[in-house]
Design a protein around this ligand. Structure first.
Ligand code: NAD
Length: 416
């Protein structure tokens, strides 16, 4: 998956708007204005051909007033510092809006994983963890997978960190394989969280989900579990697209056989009983709920006027540009913001970390019950702020997040 998402300035503007709407103490805003630190590292890697190549990487720690920093590490040729900073800040607000005791961080390594052998990737992953080891730790900063990193990468991270420390500390990262203390339900959690938020929003806004029509952009981890969960809830998934193209059926598409088909053929394209649909057409479909679950910056000032759904639920990070956000709002389209909609992933990561700290593992049912509780409560808190003021749900989510950060800053004596 390619493409940078939000940039720091965009997140800062959202914070500004929310701060103005809630009369946030300016000292709190000042403390959140810049990340606590960004560590830039150079990671030398012995390549398979015997040469040495140096890769640049970053770990940005935005704010940790609520607890240890938390956020993924991506391997991407365009991972730049501004993007990593913006994503770190998003993590601060995302963890806060759902009430997790974590701060926000993000990491990136400039590389094209498709050009590296598995052995080179392993050496790079281990080298990066050695380079950032002085600033991470199970009580300091807990990385996780992101674009082009996965459970296997986390396994290398855990092992390298154990070698550095001389002690096995599985809580150093989340998103681990089950064999290393990963959590049941983590893979499904983001999509499941999207479903809980949609379910609660439907209660709040009086939308009948039985037969409600849904279009989803992206059919990877988040898109496919969102589709399955909403299908199970009675929604009708009428369109799904991936990077290669999309499929459409106004009578509904069953996401379960579609996932099997996609795993065999690498795309949803050509699935039986469907018509082809382009990504642009999907974004402009008349439906109840449009769910971008692929990349950032998909709904822009160029295409926002074409959106004809009642709701946009941001399963992806930063899928709507600020200009598009204004257009959607003017059209009366109700947007469930990313920091709320896709927070199920980091919530399950929190459960993984708790289990690692306890060294005691919960059954999947318990994880799901707790996820449901966290997402439901977060939705209603954001909805409460939304009802109280004449603002968008996005600004309401930032208000809830900033409120919690302010309270913690006061309690710690950072502001008087
Ligand atoms: P993924 O790599 O598993 O899937 C991405 C999907 O998007 C694939 O189906 C891919 O084909 C599709 N896609 C890529 N480019 C596209 C394009 N140009 N047009 C249409 N479709 C395209 O990624 P994921 O883990 O599902 O993440 C999706 C989004 O959700 C990202 O924005 C990510 O940051 C966000 N997110 C993920 C998690 C998580 O737990 N995985 C948590 C929070 C947020």
């Amino acid at each position: 998956m390619s493409q940078p998402y939000h940039h720091y300035e965009v997140v800062s503007q959202l914070v500004e708007k929310a701060a103005a709407a809630m009369h946030l103490d300016p000292q709190v805003k000042e403390l959140l204005r810049e990340p606590v630190r960004t560590l830039t590292v150079s990671v030398p890697v012995k390549m398979d051909n015997g040469t040495v190549k140096v890769f640049q990487g970053f770990r940005c720690q935005h704010n940790d007033v609520l607890g240890p920093f938390k956020g993924g590490i991506r391997f991407h040729p365009e991972a730049d510092e501004d993007e990593v900073k913006a994503l770190a800040a998003l993590m601060t607000y995302k963890c806060s809006v759902v009430g997790l005791p974590f701060g926000g961080a993000k990491g990136g390594v400039l590389c094209d994983p498709s050009e590296l052998s598995t052995a080179e990737l392993e050496r790079l992953s281990r080298g990066f963890i050695r380079a950032i080891a002085p600033i991470i730790g199970p009580d300091r900063d807990i990385p996780a997978p992101d674009i082009n990193t996965n459970a296997k990468t986390m396994g290398w991270f855990v092992d390298e960190y154990a070698q550095i420390q001389g002690a096995y500390r599985p809580g150093i990262v989340t998103g681990k394989p089950l064999a290393l203390g990963g959590s049941k339900g983590r893979t499904e959690a983001t999509g499941r969280g999207v479903m809980y938020v949609v379910r609660e929003a439907a209660r709040a806004f009086g939308l009948d989900l039985e037969g409600a029509t849904v279009a989803i952009q992206g059919f990877g981890n988040v898109g496919s579990y969102t589709a399955k969960n909403l299908h199970d809830l009675g929604c009708k998934i009428i369109a799904i697209a991936d990077i290669f193209g999309g499929v459409y059926n106004p009578d509904g598409i069953d996401p379960y056989p579609l996932k099997e088909y996609e795993q065999e053929t690498r795309s949803v394209k050509g699935f039986s009983d469907t018509n082809p649909i382009s990504n642009e057409e999907l974004l402009a479909l008349e439906c109840d709920i449009l769910i971008p679950a692929a990349l950032g910056n998909q709904i822009t000032k160029e295409n926002a006027a074409n959106v004809r759904s009642k709701w946009v639920v941001e399963a992806a990070n930063g899928p709507t540009t600020p200009e598009a956000d204004v257009i959607l709002s003017q059209k009366g389209i109700f947007v469930v913001p990313d920091i709320l909609a896709n927070a199920g992933g980091v919530t399950a990561s929190y459960f993984e970390w708790v289990q690692n700290n306890y060294n005691y593992y919960w059954p999947e049912e318990e994880i799901d019950n707790r996820l449901e509780q966290v997402m439901t409560q977060a939705f209603w808190e954001v909805y409460g702020a939304y009802k109280e003021k004449d603002i968008t749900l996005r600004i309401a989510a930032y208000i809830v997040a900033l409120g919690r950060l302010e309270e913690a800053m006061r309690a710690r004596g950072w502001v008087v």
